[in-house]
Design a protein around this ligand. Structure first.
Ligand code: URA
Length: 264
């Protein structure tokens, strides 16, 4: 990594995700030229094609559907306020012992766009809001690159509502206990599009063990909601070249919503 970028990174200033052009171009312009964006001080070459990849619609079997237990069935009937209370008081897995607080989600509760990440980190655990650390800053920049902003027609949630100690990976049992909460959250928000960020979100929502690389560029459905997959912002912070691919995914997402081929 270039020394200057490393230095900026240490200062919490990089990488930025900034469109050179002030406004994101409308979807119909995507075939013409992908805008350049900057990653820190490194100019990332615009992807060769910002054209949305071919759409393959795949219906994922909801993970919870197979063996829906009493708890899942009860959660599936909760209102949003009841669901928030359920999460706040949740002791369904061991993470309740180490969390400072639960992190339910943030944003417009009837948003068209739903971002699903992995789990709260230290800052999210302290503040009770998803994606408020370094990865969150990049997420905000990614949203801005396609003309979106946290809280404005965007809702952000995680697979896990509690921080795994030391930011370790979520365990299968934790994901299983949390999944009915996320499923109900998605039903209540009723987004037009879900962007699953990172392996845990993608694999949980799509009930798959495939890699992000193999899931990108396809249009899935989760409970009937169009769903696309991209890299997690924390991964992008470590792998700057992958930002070009994430940019393609965002263009695909924007074109999918703008295309009007999906119904709410
Ligand atoms: N990473 C996530 O997946 N979610 C957060 O809320 C923060 C970091």
């Amino acid at each position: 990594m270039n020394r200057r970028l490393e230095f900026l990174g240490e200062m919490g200033l990089a990488p930025l995700w900034r469109l050179r052009a002030r406004d994101a171009p409308p979807a119909e312009e995507q075939n013409q030229a992908a805008p350049e964006f900057e990653a820190g001080t490194v100019s990332v070459a615009a992807p060769a094609t910002a054209v949305p990849p071919p759409v393959v619609t795949l219906e994922a079997a909801p993970a919870a559907a197979a063996g829906a237990d009493q708890r899942s069935l009860r959660i599936a009937r909760l209102t949003l306020d009841e669901l928030k209370a359920e999460v706040k008081a949740c002791t369904a897995c061991g993470l309740c012992k180490s969390r400072t607080q639960t992190v339910f989600g943030v944003g417009d509760e009837s948003a068209d766009w739903l971002i699903v990440g992995e789990a709260p980190g230290a800052e999210e655990d302290a503040r009770g809001e998803p994606f408020v650390g370094q990865a969150g800053k990049l997420l905000d920049n990614m949203l801005a690159a396609i003309g979106l902003a946290r809280g404005e027609n965007v809702y952000i949630a995680n697979v896990l509502k509690c921080r795994p100690p030391g930011n370790r990976n979520p365990e299968a049992g934790e994901v299983a206990r949390c999944s009915p909460l996320l499923a109900r959250q998605i039903q209540l928000v009723q987004p037009k599009l879900i962007i699953a960020m990172g392996r845990f979100a993608a694999q949980t929502l799509l009930n798959s063990d495939a890699s992000i690389a193999s899931m990108r560029g396809k249009l899935y459905r989760y409970q009937g909601v169009p769903t696309i997959v991209t890299y997690h912002p924390a991964y992008l912070l470590r792998s700057l070249p992958e930002k070009a691919k994430a940019w393609e995914d965002l263009c695909f997402a924007r074109a999918t919503v703008a295309g009007g081929t999906i119904k709410k």
